[in-house]
Each structure stands twice: as C-alpha cells, then as structure tokens.
Design a protein around this ligand. Structure first.
Ligand code: DAH
Length: 358
C-alpha cells in the first residue's frame, strides 16, 4: 500500500501549500475528483481478490476522507485569511466623536431680508422681485428723475455698454424701479415690498458697490401720511424688537415722492453698542414719502383717484445696526471667520411668532 502513502503525501502537501482557492480546487480535482487519482485507484478494486479488496477498500475510503477533510480545513483557513486581511485594512473607529456642528451659516443679509419680509407679510404686503439690470425709463425717468436731475449723477450709476440705438441699460441704483414695474403690470391698488440687490460706484466703511435695499409701496384710494407713519413705526418696533420707539420724520427731497421724509430713530450709543428707543441720538434709517402724482401718471394710473406712500430701506444698514456689525465691507468679502462670527444657524428661519432673532 505504499503507493497510497505516496498519494497521501502528494495531495496533503498540495492542499497544504495551496495559496488561494483556485489552486486548492485543482488539487481537489486531481485527487478526489471524478477522474482524480483516488477515484482511479477505487476502480482498480474490481480487479482485486475479495481479500485484497477488504483491506484496500477501507484504506482508499479513509484516504479520500482524509484529503477531503484537509481541503475543507484549508478552505476555511483561506477564507479566514481573506477576512482577516480586510479587517486589518478596512477599519472604522466607532469610538471617534461625531463631527462638530454644520459649518455653513446664513448670511446676516439673508436673515434680515427674511425678518423684514416676515414683518411686512404680517401687515398684508406682497413680496415682489425686479431685475437687477434696468433701463433708464424704469430706473430714472418714470420715477420723475429727469436727465438733468442731480440724483442721476449722485447715484454713481454703473452703465452697461450702449446698444446699437444708443440706449444703454444700467445696474439698478435702487429698488424703486420695482414700483414702476409693479404699477405698470398690475395697476392700482397695490401693497408690496421688494427686497433685492442694488449697485452704485462707491466704496468705504459704509458703502459697497453692491448692497441691498427693500422698497415698500402702498397705493389705494385714501392712503395718507398717517398710514405711512404707523406702518414704519410698527416695522421698526418689530424689527429692533423693542416696544417703545420714537421716529423723527425729517423733511427731505426725493423726485419720486411729494412730500418726502427721511426717517430717524431715537437711540443711544453706549460703548459702541446701539440701543434703540432711548437716548439723545438720532439715526437715519430710511427714505419715504407720498408717491409723486407724476410717478402714478407715468404708469397710467389716475393720480386724482389713487394715492399712497413708498419707502426705501438699506438692508445692510439695518443689519449692521441690529447685529452690531461695524464695517459694511466685511459683508461681501466671504471671509469664513466673519461668516462664522456674524452668521446665523442654517435652520433659524425668522418668524413673528417664533421670535425674529431668537
Ligand atoms: N430710492 C431711494 C434711494 O435709493 C430710497 C427711497 C426714498 C425709496 C424714498 C422710496 C422713497 O421709495 O419713497 O436712496
């Protein structure tokens, strides 16, 4: 039976040395497969004498079992090795702390725009949007700003390249053209605000070439200056979150309103911190007035039947005041440290019932 011993040594060694499953499988086929060497030996049993068969049969079966057992053990070992290798390379430290809070913040301009919108929506104002590129008619003429009017130069307008017919568009210098757009499209009555970007060629601590305004307008049959005062007082109280606020209406001039008023609020500066509603200082926050009859007639609205008020507020300006931000230029520099310091948590949406800046 020495050839059985040879077979045993040959195949147990092959199985043992198989480095992967494919090699192991070919060893299995060669040894105990249907045409493997052990199977061939089994076929020889038929030619043996019954006595020879009695010893050779069990010996062959035992060899077959032994090789099969060795193959199973090797298979398991190879599987373990693959798993161990994966475990060693692909690991995850579940004891690490979770990531810190989300990095993104809402820009103060976005938050203040939401605050202003929430306040005026509560008073029944719709929200309109206008284009940032306007023509002379909507940005100036229709608003009664005639070509020689100093406001046209004062506004430091950015002009686009002239078209073939000589006209040129402008980057809107204020949100007031949305008054014209809305009146032309809808007629009277209207009651809306229009927040958005505006552009003027100007740059210092309180001026940037792009900034934000919110326009407001209410036109109906019997709207008066008293309605304007009440509306603005309610707005300022809600926005600065104070119960008492004193407004000062200072006579002023805008081509698109008559009479016109600039509005100041009573405030104090205590060690650089602004307090609204008390103190001896006054701070200008917006321009306003009764809509000029010419603006209405420019939009085909009969000024003998309709009248109303309009106002324009600098959003960045009131954001600086409310949140104590000293320099306007930081608003638009995209400095992450600035945004982390002055930004708002991403899910804090201002509502009147939830508290505007709570
Ligand atoms: N458009 C003006 C500006 O940019 C602001 C303004 C003043 C708007 C009075 C108005 C208004 O609607 O009535 O300076």
């Amino acid at each position: 039976m020495s050839d059985l011993d040879d077979l045993r040594t040959k195949y147990l060694t092959a199985v043992n040395e198989a480095a992967d499953e494919a090699t192991l499988e070919s060893a299995r086929v060669a040894a105990v497969g249907k045409k493997g060497e052990v199977a061939l030996k089994m076929r020889e049993l038929g030619k043996m004498t019954p006595e020879e068969r009695q010893t050779a049969g069990p010996a062959l079966n035992a060899l077959k079992d032994e090789i099969n057992a060795a193959i199973s053990a090797k298979k398991a070992a190879l599987g373990d090795a693959i798993l161990n290798e994966r475990l060693a390379t692909e690991w995850l430290d579940v004891s690490l702390p979770p990531r810190p809070r989300a990095q993104g913040t809402l820009h103060p301009v976005s938050v203040v725009t939401e605050e202003v919108t929430a306040i005026f929506a509560d008073m029944g104002f719709e929200v309109k949007e206008g284009a940032q590129i306007e023509d002379d008619w909507h940005n100036f003429d229709a608003l009664n700003i005639v070509p020689e009017h100093p406001a046209r130069a004062e506004m430091d307008t950015f002009y686009m390249a002239p078209k073939a017919d000589g006209t040129r568009h402008v980057l809107r210098t204020h949100t007031s053209p949305v008054q014209i757009r809305t009146l032309e499209a809808e007629g009277a009555p209207v009651r809306f605000i229009a927040p958005g970007r505006v552009y003027r060629s100007d740059y210092d601590q309180t001026h940037t070439p792009m900034f934000h305004q919110v326009e407001g307008m209410a036109i109906d049959k019997s709207i008066t200056m008293a309605n304007l005062k009440w509306t603005l007082e309610e707005f300022v109280k809600a926005f600065f979150e104070v119960d008492n606020v004193e407004l000062r209406f200072r006579a002023s001039h805008f081509p698109f309103t008559e009479p016109s008023a600039e509005v100041d609020i009573r405030c104090s500066w205590d060690k650089g911190v602004l307090k609204v509603g008390e103190g001896d200082d006054w701070l200008e926050i917006l321009g306003s007035g009764m809509v000029h009859p010419k603006v209405l007639s420019n939009c085909n609205i009969d000024p003998d039947q309709w009248q109303g008020f309009a106002f324009g507020v600098g959003i960045d300006r009131i954001a600086m005041l409310k949140y104590g931000i000293p320099d306007l230029r930081g608003f638009f520099e995209s400095d992450l440290r600035w945004l982390r310091h002055y930004g708002f948590r991403a899910l804090d949406v201002p509502t009147l019932h939830g508290g505007l800046s709570a």
